[in-house]
Design a protein around this ligand. Structure first.
Ligand SMILES: Cc1cc2nc3c(=O)[nH]c(=O)nc-3n(C[C@H](O)[C@H](O)[C@H](O)COP(=O)(O)OP(=O)(O)OC[C@H]3O[C@@H](n4cnc5c(N)ncnc54)[C@H](O)[C@@H]3O)c2cc1C
Length: 294
């Protein structure tokens, strides 16, 4: 396995921003993953895994550590009985295809989530009333100390949260599904995708929801829309004119532009609704939002 230097992470994020990783590797097997972790451990490097970068904002200055992109068997999926077995780096679209071909339902909601099995565990991804916690049987977590299988409870899965930390890699995930006719799955998926297309900027470069929904009658999107922020632009980034909880790379955006927009959105939500929005997108490379001034 090759360890590369200074690889631009903007290539691996759906927003298309982010500076270089000091070291970068694509482990294709469990053994290679463990080699990569050993390499990082010996050099005192932080480790972070990148899935499809669909929920990730990387600093323009990059990540001063080892970034891993799972490949080979760690990015494939197959069906075993009523289990969908997915490598941590397996794209949800491929896993859904495998499940449908085998006549297994329960993963349809993931058609709306353009990430990987491992990225989904990291933040308990979910949509349309389904989430990872609802179907996950167990996940294989690998870190510098070894490998262990963990259940939903042991992973601490709750609304858009797990207890995982960088350096803990989801190498494999088992989902328990149930029999469902492939045609029925196809129909449900088509319906969900149509709903998505009608409500969200699906053909733009975004990283999905910017903020978690607050405990408030308004969702984050509706609140930011009511603050008049739809279409608001800083540098090359703009709040989606279609859905205010999305930031689009309108034209050569940087991660700093996205952070500045997020800071402005938080300030407005706090001033107008007294709500402190929490970001759903994951930060890498030391990014931080400025504190809300009193
Ligand atoms: C158009 C659009 C719509 C979206 N809709 C939804 C939605 O409806 N519901 C929803 O929940 N999300 C949604 N998202 C966000 C995103 O797709 C999910 O959060 C997804 O689960 C992220 O997976 P990923 O593989 O892209 O992870 P990344 O974005 O690459 O990484 C996210 C975090 O997970 C960690 N990570 C990734 N893979 C691993 C691994 N194997 N082991 C350990 N850590 C890992 C990363 O280090 C990072 O901290 C949407 C995104 C877009 C662009």
């Amino acid at each position: 396995m090759k360890i590369e230097e200074d690889v631009a992470l903007s290539r691996f994020t759906t927003l298309g921003t982010g500076g270089p990783a000091r070291a970068f590797a694509r482990p294709e097997t469990l053994e290679e993953l463990q080699d990569a972790l050993r390499f990082a451990h010996e050099r005192g490097l932080h480790v972070a895994t990148i899935g499809l970068g669909s929920n990730l904002l990387v600093s323009d200055h990059g990540f001063d550590g080892l970034a891993l992109k799972l490949a080979g068997v760690l990015a494939q999926s197959h069906v075993q009985g009523d289990l969908l077995v997915a490598g941590g780096g397996a794209p949800n679209a491929v896993s859904l295809h495998r499940a449908r071909a085998a006549g297994l339902g329960g993963f349809e909601f993931a058609c709306a989530i353009p990430g990987t099995a491992g990225g989904g565990v990291w933040m308990n991804a979910g949509a349309y009333g389904g989430d990872w916690a609802g179907i996950l049987e167990r996940a294989l977590i690998v870190d510098a100390g070894g490998a262990s299988w963990r259940t939903t409870t042991e992973l601490g899965l709750r609304y858009r949260h797990s207890d995982l930390r960088h350096g803990q890699i989801v190498a494999q995930v088992e989902f328990r599904l149930r029999p469902r006719a492939p045609d029925e799955i196809k129909e449900v998926v088509a319906g969900l995708q149509a709903q998505r297309k009608a409500a969200q900027p699906t053909n733009k470069r975004t990283f999905g929801s910017v903020f978690k929904n607050p405990p408030h009658e308004l969702s984050a999107g509706r609140m930011l829309e009511a603050c008049g922020l739809k279409g608001h632009r800083i540098g090359g980034a703009q709040i989606s004119p279609r859905h205010a909880n999305f930031i689009e790379n309108a034209d050569g955006a940087s991660s700093a532009d996205a952070i500045a927009l997020m800071a402005e959105a938080r300030r407005r939500a706090r001033d107008e609704y007294g709500v402190e929005l929490q970001h759903e997108v994951e930060f890498l490379g030391g990014l931080q939002l400025p504190p809300l001034s009193r």
